[in-house]
Design a protein around this ligand. Sequence first.
Ligand code: FAD
Length: 327
Amino acid sequence: MNEFNLSFKSDVPREKDFDKSVLYDIAIIGAGPGGLTAAIYAGRSRLNTIVLEKVSLGGLITVSDWVENFPGFPDGISGEELGERFRKQAEKFVGKIILNEVMNIRKENNQFYLNTEKGEIKAKSVILSTGSEPVKLPVSEEEKFRGKGISYCATCDAAFFKDKTVCVIGGGDTALHEAIYLSKFARRVILLHRRGELRAAKMLQEELFANPKVELKLNSIPVNVFGGKKVEEIVIENVQTHQKEALQVDGIFGAIGEKPNSDLVKNLVELTEKGFIKTDVNKETSLKGLFAVGDVTDAPLKQVVTACADGAIAVTSVEQYIKNLER
Ligand SMILES: Cc1cc2nc3c(=O)[nH]c(=O)nc-3n(C[C@H](O)[C@H](O)[C@H](O)COP(=O)(O)OP(=O)(O)OC[C@H]3O[C@@H](n4cnc5c(N)ncnc54)[C@H](O)[C@@H]3O)c2cc1C
């Protein structure tokens, strides 16, 4: 079972190294929808661009079974195919994207130095598009059972739960997407949410309520998970009555929010309390020349369409920034 592993799906070889002597105009960190859209715009603006990705081209959307709200696809499109299309379009304009994790960033004399697993990269500007990852479930047994019944990705792991009982925790769009997807495999899906109402889009709620395999447990939180080698039981508590209940389940899917991948810049730029990067309307952070886009930022809506829009805006801002540097 996956532990939220985005496997590298592209068939394109990634051996091509980068030129360490070059001072790039932009280094884009992260090849999800935000970073790949930035790459398309940067390439078309003839900016000398390098795109670095640590795991999988296409980003988080590639784990989504079906995307219905990205404009231009009236019948929907699988997340994997959408990511692959972003990748192809970006590589058309900037060449092969390099699989290389960025470990550290510093700025000296108006130049950025990126310390990566394959050596140092120099750039005049940086676009950070590193996205976010799921918040881990707040039960003390989380680590013990992660990958052994506790999962954060239904698309990766649903097939392991054919005809089984699973519990999805969360009340937003992602939780409902996960519950609906799991119902194609599991015999019974229990959706657990700490509030009395779901937060997800109304259309998703309607689809969920009409699904006979899904059962709701509102005003409830997880307390403990029990099992041998794998998850066997979850104990939940009703936050109003404080009554506890043990549910026999084979799998537990967490969808209670996202943690931004902002550690790289936590000592360089201003962050919100939850660690999201603060940006202005030009997608510039509090450090000149460092821009941030998509899910890693404090944007109120975290979706593919907003990450793409951010990527386009950031490149326009980078062009202006570089012009000013050269004056
Ligand atoms: C199950 C699920 C279903 C979803 N369904 C929808 C939907 O239907 N419609 C919709 O619009 N949105 C949906 N989303 C949300 C959507 O996937 C995100 O909003 C979008 O992918 C954000 O794009 P991004 O470019 O900001 O970040 P990501 O897509 O998260 O990409 C960030 C990339 O940066 C890389 N990275 C991180 N750190 C480093 C580093 N140090 N060095 C190099 N690379 C790094 C990561 O590996 C990753 O590939 C869904 C999300 C999930 C989990």
